[in-house]
Design a binder for this molecule. Structure first.
Ligand SMILES: Nc1ncnc2c1ncn2[C@@H]1O[C@H](COP(=O)(O)OP(=O)(O)O)[C@@H](O)[C@H]1O
Ligand SMILES: [Mg+2]
Length: 271
């Protein structure tokens, strides 16, 4: 039995191996995430962040290494089975939702996902529960339960998606730049909702972000991936002492090193 809800050991994934385009997206990655911990994940484009999420979600399978969730080896488990225990939110606020169904119906679908019912229906008790959850977001969504998901604003949809992702109390929440496509005001609001929901339910969470401020101010631990390896792991005092500027510098140092000696035209575009 593993002590961490999410335990990643020696995880390795290559693409197009044996060709000139050969790429080791993840290179023997080890990561232990204790229950309820909220980790922010940084890394330049191509550093392996999405590959990590896809392996955890079961959309890809590794070449080597293992993934444990709550002590269970899920490395080879089918994605639909894992989906009962984990949720992922992406940049696009409509991904993973049914735009032509109402907000309430979307929530009901997400809520009954874990139950083995062959149909779903919104009963009055569920409806009252959803209204209460929505009201707590303080975005006026409790008055829009009969509105089609596709008609909500980007920020409202993403906040609602976050509620859908967590209403069935998953063991693990994966956030892949879920505020990156929103205007600054909505992004801030959705991030606030994220903090509240994760803290309330103590969900183990990994959040990919390119924002140095969020990387240090949201959650309690910051990791940096570089070429498929974990190169920085900050928590406690070391994290509290880190500034967004110094963290950005960690990025550029590595980008410069990567491009040193070669064609360095891309070296300024590490983010
Ligand atoms: N399906 C794929 N086929 C070939 N190469 C891939 C594929 N997916 C990812 N890669 C490569 O693996 C590396 C890591 O990609 P990715 O995990 O998407 O990085 P990130 O999300 O950090 O930008 C990159 O070099 C990328 O080009
Ligand atoms: Mg990516």
């Amino acid at each position: 039995m593993s002590s961490s809800p999410l335990s990643i050991r020696g995880l390795t994934k290559g693409f197009e191996l044996g060709t000139v385009n050969e790429k080791l997206a993840l290179d023997h990655l080890d990561l232990e995430v204790p229950g309820g911990q909220f980790v922010t994940v940084l890394g330049a484009n191509g550093s392996g962040k999405s590959t990590l999420f896809n392996l955890v979600l079961g959309k890809l399978f590794p070449d080597a290494g293992k993934i444990f969730l709550n002590g269970e080896d899920i490395t080879r488990q089918k994605d639909y089975r894992r989906a009962l225990n984990m949720s992922c939110l992406y940049q696009n606020p409509l991904r993973g939702t049914a735009p032509n169904m109402t907000l309430e119906e979307n929530l009901a679908l997400a809520y009954t996902r874990k139950a083995s019912r062959s149909f779903f229906a919104v009963n009055r008790r569920d409806s009252a529960y959803f209204r209460e959850l929505l009201a707590r977001l303080d975005m006026g969504l409790e008055d829009r339960m009969k509105t089609k998901m596709g008609l909500l604003s980007g920020g409202q949809r993403q906040a609602a998606s976050l509620l859908m992702a967590t209403v069935a109390q998953p063991s693990l929440l994966l956030l892949d730049e879920h505020t990156a496509a929103l205007d600054p005001g909505s992004a801030e609001k959705v991030m606030e909702v994220t903090r509240t929901v994760v803290a309330r339910d103590r969900i183990t969470t990994l959040m990919i972000t390119h924002d140095m401020d969020y990387a240090l101010s949201v959650g309690e631990r910051t990791i940096l991936l570089d070429e498929g390896r974990l190169v920085l792991d900050l928590s406690g005092e070391a994290r509290a002492a880190m500034t967004p500027g110094a963290l950005a510098e960690q990025f550029y140092v590595r980008a410069r090193r990567r491009h040193a000696g070669g064609n360095s035209r891309e070296s300024g575009a590490a983010l």
